[in-house]
Each structure stands twice: as C-alpha cells, then as structure tokens.
Design a binder for this molecule. Structure first.
Ligand SMILES: O=C(O)CCC(=O)C(=O)O
Ligand SMILES: [Fe+2]
Length: 283
C-alpha cells in the first residue's frame, strides 16, 4: 500500500477514527484546538523549568540498541512513559512462573503511578491557570466519539506527557530523530488491538518541527520495525501549527524532526481501541 493516497481527516468522528485504527487514513488533524495565548503560556512556563535531558532509544545499523546523546529532548512535568518498564515485565513474565509475572505486572503499576502522580501535578501546575492541552483534546474526543482512561491491572492510568525538543543545528540529521512505532505489548494490554498516537502542539519551529510518517504498512504488535525502514524511505511530513492536534496510527513508523530556529513543545498521549467505544487513553 502507498500512503500518498491516504486521506487526512480534519475532524473526529467514529468512522474517521475507525479508518485511522485500520491504517486506512494517514491522520486526523484538528486545527486550532488550543488558542495561541494558551500555547504561549504553557511554552513560556515549560521553558523556564529546569529539565533533565531525555535519553532517546534508537537502533544502530547493526541492530544493537543505543541512546542518542544529542537529541536535546526532555519531558518536563510527566517524565515517565510506560515503555520504560517493559524490560522489567519481560524479565518477570515467564509463562512458567505466573506468580512472578503477576508480581512484575503489579510492581510496574505501583511504580508507574508513584512516578506519574506527582509529576502529573507538576504538569498541571505548569499549565495553570489554563488546563493541560491534553485535557482539551480528551474533552474533544469524548464529545466526538467517547473516550475513557485506560485501566491496567484494575487501576486507572494517567495521560499527557509534555515533550520538549530543543532547537538543534542538526535538526535535519536522520540520526537525531529516530524512526519508531509506539505499541503497547500484548502481555501488558491484551485487549488493545490498535493504537494511535495523539499529540497537541504548543510550540512549533518554522524550520523543521515536522512529524514524518513513513510509507510502510502498520507494524504488528510486538514485532520489530524491519531494518529496511530508514530515513531514505518515502514519507509524508505533517507540519502542525501551535494549537493543532494530530492523531496518527502509532504502529506506522514515524519520526519527530526537531527545529533549527525554535523549540518544539508537544503534549503527547496514546489512544487504544479494544474493538469498541469508548476508546482508551493513557501515556
Ligand atoms: O511530537 C510528535 O509529533 C510525535 C511524538 C511521538 O511520536 C512520540 O512521542 O512517540
Ligand atoms: Fe511516536
């Protein structure tokens, strides 16, 4: 399939979401969801906040894993993502030892909530007196098609990470923007059949700042991205404006291009479908 013909929808309806979940649409792109003064306020507060640089996982050409040292990315507020716990789950998910697997799953949720609850408050505080942009997207999605917080191991998850890409002279260097998919493993969320990435943009540079979606079929859950998917592959570049929200199918390989002349600030979350509505949301 060639993604150049896939539609980009400008509004959220169940039929548009269903097409995106099936990989039959490229994106749903909501323009102007967040007013400019709101975006500016969140960006200025985030920029004034001390932040820890985020090591970016990527795979070298020889297939080994590494962290990118120059990505200039940080996550003010909610400095946590569930995939950071996956390794521990794999280590404790031996089918022959169900009690070990249960304990690993329970401890992941304990650690996730312990980490995300205080940082979620920081995130809310950074945006105050405005709401978090991700909350505006939640309400929009809830009215349009129905959405609720995902539950993991019987406990409600959180959502809405602020992701800041600093400006970079190397903004167009492929190595600085790893191609990836976001797909929660079956062992963690067996009911989630399809997954979307949802992003609200607070700051977008004029040079760079695109979200690239690569011309490749959806990657099945728990499968790696084939090594032939690289920055030489054809892609479509989505260049949002501050205040826009974009939904993509996060199982299609994609990459974030940093900016050269300005920072890039996004409020990111994941949306899953268990085959019915309401959709499930988490980060
Ligand atoms: O910021 C974007 O445009 C996409 C972010 C993304 O792909 C991610 O955080 O996984
Ligand atoms: Fe992603």
């Amino acid at each position: 399939m060639n993604i150049s013909t896939l539609p980009i929808y400008d509004r959220v309806t169940r039929s548009n979401v269903d097409a995106l979940l099936r990989g039959e649409a490229l994106a749903i792109w909501i323009k102007g969801l967040i007013p400019p003064d709101h975006c500016e306020h969140v960006y200025e507060r985030v920029r004034a906040t001390p932040m820890r640089p985020l090591p970016i996982h990527y795979t070298r050409e020889d297939g080994t894993a590494d962290y990118h040292p120059h990505a200039n990315v940080s996550r003010p507020g909610v400095d946590v993502q569930l995939d950071e716990y996956f390794d521990r789950l794999t280590a404790g998910s031996d089918e022959a030892h169900p009690e070990r697997r249960r304990a690993a799953i329970a401890s992941i949720m304990d650690d996730y909530l312990a980490s995300v609850e205080p940082s979620n408050q920081v995130n809310t505080g950074l945006c105050a007196p405005y709401r978090r942009p991700c909350d505006a997207l939640f309400d929009h999605l809830n009215e349009a098609c129905g959405i609720e917080l995902a539950e993991f191991n019987g406990r409600k998850m959180k959502f809405g990470t602020l992701l800041l890409n600093g400006r970079s002279e190397r903004y167009d260097d492929p190595a600085a923007c790893p191609i990836h998919v976001d797909t929660v493993p079956a062992v963690l969320f067996p009911s989630i059949q399809a997954q979307l990435g949802a992003i609200v943009y607070c700051r977008v540079p004029s040079i760079g700042g695109e979200l690239r979606v690569y011309d490749h079929p959806l990657i099945p859950r728990d499968a790696p991205i084939p090594p032939e998917v690289d920055h030489t592959c054809p892609y479509r570049a989505l260049k949002p404006s501050a205040g826009d929200a974009i939904l993509i199918n996060s199982r299609r390989p994609h990459a974030v291009i940093p900016g050269r002349d300005d920072d890039r600030l996004a409020n990111i979350m994941f949306i899953g479908s268990n085959g019915t509505y309401p959709l499930q949301i988490w980060t």
